[in-house]
Design a protein around this ligand. Structure first.
Ligand SMILES: *Cc1c(COP(=O)(O)O)cnc(C)c1O
Length: 365
């Protein structure tokens, strides 16, 4: 049973949920990396292994989001992302397992090898793709698409926000925090002083923040911004925190009233580089380093930026007596054999550019 349901039994009756993940995900010590960075100890929370055949952080959110779509008897789910979106792909893959279809509303990004792989795996799920040049046309088109699909199936597609970061999706990471607390109680790791993670739509961050407060964990979260400031502002994060707490309190009065301050968020902005999906030199260096010494693969958009912050802090001697947890959010399963022989020409025309143009110069991953 999910730790969240053990702690608040009423939530197991009031929340929609469908099991997609193999939980708990492992916590593993990274001895060599810890030694080289001179940390007291370093652990990884391996959320790359949440689910087969495509894991990562989005699947924890989807257990609740697709649980709701399933409970409503939906046939289709519509969601948003950039061309190489892990969220859009996770939605397509896990919708397929539940007999639903996904509609991905996409925008353009910097090119990278993982974009090609994600698009081909998405194509394999027989989901639908639409591509738009800007937010405004994306929004207009999503109204058009929901209506078009309603006329076709006589059922509204369930709409999932970008990154799955609604209060219901964030609930997946409230549970993840309680899962970590159980692993600490079982002595799989000591209570971390610091927890590093990448921050996009901030659903992962908000869920962990709420869950740490509920579990009484004092670990400090260090979110590394990987999206532009206007995409996820401090106000938006505060709003998502309070909406999630209100939502859970509406589902069970046992859930505690919690409040947070914007000054405490501590979002690190300096690892973003030129912007979302633009790889950085520091990130590429971190990815090469970690794959060599620990055989863990990072991506240039999210996890390499987060890990490079951790490396910097370690090298500057800021983590000498600290227990540090790196929360890994990137899918860790290899799906290259699943996409063998898939032809990108079967994707909508505007997506062909990711296969016909070069990847970024720093893309060695
Ligand atoms: C989406 C994603 C994130 C960001 O998670 P948010 O909840 O949107 O902040 C981090 N890492 C990876 C690999 C992701 O795909």
């Amino acid at each position: 049973m999910l730790p969240l349901f053990e702690m608040f039994p009423e939530l197991s009756r009031s929340l929609p949920y469908v099991r997609l993940c193999e939980l708990p995900t492992p916590v593993l010590p990274l001895h060599t990396a810890a030694e080289k960075l001179e940390l007291e100890s370093l652990y990884i929370k391996q959320d790359g292994l949440t689910a087969r055949p495509f894991g990562g952080n989005k699947v924890r959110k989807l257990e609740f989001l697709l649980g709701e779509a399933n409970a409503r008897g939906a046939k289709e789910v519509l969601t948003y992302g950039y061309a190489g979106s892990n969220h859009a792909l996770a939605t397509a893959v896990h919708c397929g397992r539940l007999g639903m279809k996904s509609i991905s509303m996409l925008m353009h990004q910097e090119n990278a090898r993982y974009v090609r792989q994600n698009l081909l795996f998405g194509l394999k799920q027989a989901g639908e793709f639409h591509v738009y040049p800007d937010k405004h046309s994306l929004f207009r088109a999503s109204k058009y698409q929901t209506f078009r699909h309603f006329l076709k199936t006589l059922k509204m597609p369930v709409v999932i926000p970008p990154g799955g970061s609604s209060p219901l999706g964030v609930t997946g990471y409230v549970n993840a925090a309680l899962e970590l607390k159980q692993q600490i109680d079982k002595k799989e790791l000591p209570e971390p002083d610091l927890v590093y993670l990448p921050m996009g739509t901030a659903g992962t961050l908000c869920g962990l923040k709420i869950g740490f407060a509920v579990a009484g964990l004092k670990s400090q979260l260090i979110p590394i911004r990987v999206v532009d400031h206007s995409f996820t502002t401090g106000t938006m994060i505060m709003d998502l925190l309070s909406r999630t707490v209100s939502f859970l309190r509406s589902m069970t009065p046992e859930f505690p009233e919690l409040s947070f301050s914007e000054a405490q968020l501590g979002v690190r902005d300096q690892y973003l580089g030129k912007g979302y999906t633009h790889f950085t030199e520091a990130g590429t260096e971190a990815a090469l380093w970690l794959s060599e010494i620990e055989n863990i693969m990072l991506d240039g958009t999210y996890t390499a930026k987060a890990f490079s912050a951790l490396m910097d802090d370690g090298r500057q001697g800021k983590l000498k007596d600290k227990t540090v947890l790196y929360w890994h959010t990137l899918n860790a399963f290899d799906f290259s054999t699943d996409i063998k022989g898939m032809d990108y020409k079967n994707l909508p025309r505007p997506l062909h550019r990711y296969f016909e143009q070069d990847v970024q110069q720093l893309d060695v991953l």
